[in-house]
Write a protein that binds this ligand. Structure first.
Ligand SMILES: [Mg+2]
Length: 171
């Protein structure tokens, strides 16, 4: 039950994802969510820490693409700061946006990681598309009102994983 929502790993934040982890799992590219995964949903700017994190991957020959359900303006302001390609209005969990991001990198889904802070969009869509999925904790507890229902469903699913001892936040 709920297997389609289960990520490959649970991490506290994106900084736990390293080029070493990518290599070990045969992964060549990252499709990352934006809001509450990389930056707070209500802030526009990349942090120096994030720039270093991206550089670690590009230096290792690993591609990164941003894939967000948010609008073009919001995603472009961030993506241009860090010089990364992006997909906006991705309509996750539908596979279309993820596949567009994957094709931009010229990779197969099994070579590509999907990282995000939401079970109902990022993990469901990533798993449906056959990607390696990583769930991170949201940067802030608050969210846009749109995500309210998704968060309610997510809490039920995460409680189930916890009961079944399938939920383990890696240190
Ligand atoms: Mg998000």
């Amino acid at each position: 039950m709920f297997k389609i929502f289960l990520p490959n790993q649970f991490y506290h934040n994106v900084f736990q994802i390293t080029p070493v982890y990518m290599k070990r799992n045969g992964l060549k590219g990252i499709i990352t969510d934006l809001d509450n995964t990389l930056i707070r949903w209500d802030h526009p700017d990349a942090t120096p820490e994030l720039r270093d994190w991206f550089k670690g991957f590009t230096d290792a020959g690993i591609k990164v693409t941003i894939c967000s359900n948010n609008n073009e303006n919001r995603v472009k302001i961030f993506a241009d700061q860090v010089g990364l390609p992006f997909v906006f209005k991705a309509r996750k969990p539908l596979p279309l946006g993820f596949n567009r991001a994957r094709k931009l990198m010229g990779l197969k889904s099994h070579e590509t990681m999907v990282v995000g802070d939401q079970v109902m969009t990022d993990m469901l869509g990533g798993n449906l598309g056959g990607f390696h999925t990583i769930l991170v904790k949201p940067i802030v507890k608050t969210d846009e009102w749109k995500t309210y229902l998704n968060r309610r469903m997510e809490s039920v699913i995460l409680a189930y994983f916890k009961r079944k001892k399938m939920l383990k936040w890696e240190d």
